[in-house]
Write a protein that binds this ligand. Structure first.
Ligand code: GUN
Length: 305
């Protein structure tokens, strides 16, 4: 059977249309309202970041969010201090270039008093605590993680009672994604790029849902699925498994690709394509967090998507 393609682009379009209608409806009813705002801070010239930045800016324009994009070749502590403030939704596009020893720690320190402004949901301890305690009234939820959960729910993919293998342990993707699956009552196995290949394949074998957030093209190949099972004389059957591919890599021809090659995805039950899967959902969830911060500031309802 042909695998189901989990079309993140189409669902993100739906979500962003709803956010646009909310903004235009509220602005029409209350013209004195300040428009929603987002500041994006970027540094250096990372090619994957450039793709995300373009998509984030285009979505802001679509929805009616006033966007300020500040680009630095390298950013320092005083610039970060001056950028963080109350009710000013802001993201620091990662990777971030700085001469400071631990720039992420500096951002974290500066975001502590402004959890509502941390629309990436990864820097303020209040947002992180809400995630790890499974709060029912969170402020901002990390965008890729909640984007994956929303996409699977949209396709009625069951998470409760399922086994999920999350490969990758970054603060921005792997860790929050593992936690959100646990909050959905899944059993979560955490691996990373150092997990020995034969152990990794055993974890993949045990899982119903595999999330790869390693950032390495061809991280799991057909050969891996065949070789690691060779002691048992068969190839690993992935026909009932769901593959969520968070990778944003370039292949040897410079083409955008995920962590898992297409010839592996072709054998599974459902998968997210790259591009057009998790990436657009990440951006849509950033827009959602931004509009919810705006709603709280105005005393209006947060938007259900
Ligand atoms: N780099 C790659 N994805 C993201 C994201 O969702 N947010 C930020 N801030 N940086 C990123």
């Amino acid at each position: 059977m042909e695998p189901i393609i989990l079309d993140g682009k189409a669902y993100a379009d739906e979500i962003c249309d709803k956010l646009r209608d909310t903004v235009s409806g509220r602005m029409a009813n209350s013209p004195q309202l300040e428009r929603p705002e987002l500041t994006i801070v970027s540094t250096g010239n990372d090619s994957a970041s450039a793709v995300y930045l373009r998509n984030k800016i285009n979505r802001c324009i679509q929805i009616g969010i006033d966007i300020t994009h500040r680009h630095y070749s390298s950013i320092d502590q005083s610039e970060i201090e001056s950028l963080c403030c109350k009710n000013c939704p802001i993201i620091f596009q990662l990777p971030i270039i700085s001469n400071a020893v631990d720039i992420k720690y500096i951002i974290t320190k500066n975001m502590q008093s402004y959890p509502e402004s941390d629309v990436d949901g990864i820097f303020s301890y209040e947002n992180i605590a809400n995630l790890y305690t499974g709060s029912h009234i969170p402020l901002n939820i990390p965008c890729t993680a909640i984007g994956i959960i929303k996409l699977l729910k949209h396709y009625n993919i069951e998470m409760c009672g399922k086994v999920v293998c999350v490969i990758g342990r970054s603060n921005i993707v792997g860790r929050p994604t593992a936690q959100l699956f646990e909050n959905e009552n899944a059993t979560v196995i955490k691996c990373n790029s150092y997990t020995p290949k034969n152990t990794l394949i055993k974890m993949v074998e045990a899982a119903d849902i595999i999330v790869s957030a390693v950032g390495r093209a061809n991280f799991i190949t057909m050969l891996d699925l065949a070789e690691c099972m060779s002691g048992r004389g068969q190839k690993l059957d992935i026909s009932k498994k769901v593959i969520v591919d968070v990778g944003m890599n370039r292949d040897s021809d410079g083409k955008l690709c995920g962590d898992i090659p297409q010839n592996v995805k072709d054998h599974c039950y459902a998968y997210t394509p790259v591009p057009g899967g998790v990436g657009p959902m990440t951006v849509a969830m950033l827009m959602w967090n931004t509009i919810n911060t705006w709603s709280r500031k105005n005393g209006t309802f947060t938007v259900d998507v």
